[in-house]
Design a protein around this ligand. Structure first.
Ligand code: GTP
Ligand code: MG
Length: 389
C-alpha cells in the first residue's frame, strides 16, 4: 500500500502581515530581535512606511486611490484601498496555512483594511488570527472608538482575535519614559507574544502545541482573547515568572488565569531550563485555574533566551452577554482609555458675565418699577429654556 504524505500538513507555513504604519514599525522592532522569523509582509497605503520596512515582502495597498500617501486617518479609505489590492493579497495568502495579522488600530489603514484582508485570507483557506493593539489612552476618545469598531469588525472576519491596549502593554512592561521607550516597550510585549505564538506553532519545542488545538481554544468569533506574560531571570526565575504572569495587568477580570475558561501557556526559556522548573510551573498553573478550564501548554527551550524563563499566555474568558449595544464583542478585559472610563458628563450651570449694554453702557438706565428695561427680559426674569432635542 502506498501512503501519500501531504507535505503541506507538516510545512505549517506561517506568515505575519503587519497592516498600517504603527504595525509595520512594531514589526520592524521585533525583527531586530527575532533570530528565525517566519515570512513577514508589510502592508500599507503609505509608501514611506513600506520603504522603511525590514519585512521580507511589501504590499502597497490601493495605489490608484491613495497614490501612496496613506489613508488620511479614514478607515473607509483603508477598506477601499484593501479592496483595490485584493488580487495581490490573494497571491500572498496562497500556500499559507496560518496568517497572523498584526494591526495597530486607531488610524485609517490598519483599522479599515485589516478585516477586509482577513476575509480574503479566510476565503483562500488560510486560518487567520489577528493580534490587534488599541491606541494609547492619551490619543483620545475618537481614535479609541475607531479602534473599537475595528476590533468588532475583526471578530466578524477572523478565526481568532487577540486584542490589547498600548497603554496596558506599557504598564505591563513597566517602562513609560521617554516616549520612545514606551513605544518600544509596547512593541516588545506584542513582539514577545507574536514570537511565542510562531515558535510554539512551528513545533520545535520540548512540548509542542498543534495548530488545530490552539485554534479550537481561540476559535469562536464572539470569544474575546487576551494575552499576558511573566518573565524572570536568575535564581527562583520560574516561581517569579509565574507570579508575574498571575498578576499581569493585561489579564483582567475573567481573563485572569484564575477565572479564564481556557488558556494557552508557553514556557520559553534558555536551554538550561530544568525538568523541575517546567513541572512545578505547570502544576502550579493548573492549580491556579478553575478545574473545568482548558489548559494547553508548550515548552520551547533555546539558547537565544540565555538565562530567561518566560511565560506567554493567551486566555479566553466567559462568553458574555452584551453589556452595551455594539460593545458585546469587545474584549472588556483590556484597560479602557481614561476618556472612556470617565463618568458621564454632568450638566453644569453656565456662568454669564454681568450683563453689559454695549454702546449704551454710559447712558442712564431705564428703570421702571425697579427693573432695568435695557437688560433683555429673559435675563432680568432668569427664564431658563429647554434644550432643543
Ligand atoms: N505599538 C505601536 N503602536 C503604534 C506605533 N505607531 C503608531 N501606533 C499606534 O497605531 C495607531 C494607528 O496609527 P497608524 O498605524 O500610524 O495608522 P495607519 O494604520 O497607518 O493609518 P493611516 O496612517 O491613518 O493611514 C495609533 O493610534 C497608535 O496607537 C508604534 O510604533 N508602535
Ligand atoms: Mg499610516
Amino acid at each position: 500500500m502506498i501512503f501519500s504524505a501531504d507535505r503541506r500538513d507538516y510545512a505549517r507555513q506561517i506568515k505575519v502581515a503587519a497592516i498600517g504604519g504603527g504595525a509595520c514599525r512594531a514589526l520592524d522592532r521585533m525583527l531586530l530581535r527575532w533570530p528565525r522569523p517566519p515570512c513577514t509582509v508589510a502592508v500599507d497605503t503609505d509608501d514611506r512606511s513600506l520603504d522603511a520596512s525590514r519585512a521580507a515582502a511589501h504590499l502597497p495597498l490601493g495605489g490608484r486611490l491613495t497614490k501612496g500617501f496613506g489613508s488620511g486617518g479614514d478607515p473607509r479609505v483603508g477598506k477601499l484601498a484593501a479592496e483595490e489590492s485584493v488580487a495581490e493579497w490573494r497571491s500572498i495568502c496562497a500556500d499559507t496555512d496560518w496568517m497572523i495579522l498584526l494591526a495597530a488600530l486607531g488610524g485609517g489603514t490598519g483599522t479599515g483594511a485589516a478585516s477586509t484582508l482577513a476575509r480574503v485570507a479566510m476565503s483562500c483557506g488560510t486560518r487567520v488570527t489577528a493580534l490587534a493593539t488599541l491606541p494609547f489612552d492619551f490619543e483620545g476618545n475618537e481614535r479609541m472608538q475607531r479602534a473599537q469598531r475595528g476590533v468588532r469588525e475583526l471578530h466578524a472576519a477572523c478565526d481568532a482575535v487577540i486584542a490589547t491596549s498600548n497603554s496596558g502593554l506599557v504598564t505591563a512592561a513597566g517602562v513609560s519614559e521617554p516616549a520612545t521607550a514606551a513605544f518600544a516597550a509596547a512593541d516588545g510585549a506584542v513582539g514577545f507574544m507574536l514570537t511565542a505564538l510562531c515558535r510554539m506553532i512551528q513545533g520545535q519545542g520540548l512540548l509542542t502545541l498543534d495548530m488545530p488545538s490552539l485554534q479550537r481554544l481561540l476559535g469562536g468569533r464572539a470569544q474575546p482573547a487576551a494575552f499576558g506574560f511573566g518573565r524572570a531571570e536568575g535564581s527562583g526565575r520560574a516561581a517569579t515568572a509565574l507570579a508575574d504572569l498571575l498578576a499581569c495587568p493585561l489579564l483582567a477580570d475573567d481573563h485572569r488565569l484564575s477565572h479564564a475558561n481556557g488558556a494557552w501557556v508557553g514556557i520559553l526559556a534558555g536551554d538550561t531550563v530544568s525538568f523541575l522548573e517546567i513541572e512545578t510551573t505547570l502544576v502550579e498553573l493548573r492549580a491556579a485555574m478553575k478545574p473545568e478550564a482548558t489548559l494547553l501548554t508548550g515548552v520551547y527551550a533555546d539558547e537565544s533566551f540565555g538565562d530567561e524563563f518566560n511565560l506567554a499566555a493567551v486566555t479566553t474568558g466567559a462568553r458574555r452577554k452584551a453589556e452595551e449595544p455594539g460593545l458585546s464583542q469587545l474584549d472588556v478585559s483590556m484597560p479602557l482609555s481614561s476618556a472612556a472610563r470617565r463618568p458621564s458628563a454632568t450638566e453644569e450651570q453656565l456662568k454669564f458675565d454681568p450683563p453689559k449694554k454695549g454702546r449704551f453702557n454710559d447712558v442712564d438706565p431705564t428703570i421702571v418699577g425697579g427693573e432695568d428695561l435695557d437688560i433683555p427680559t429673559f435675563i432680568r426674569r432668569k427664564i431658563r429654556f429647554e434644550a432643543a432635542r
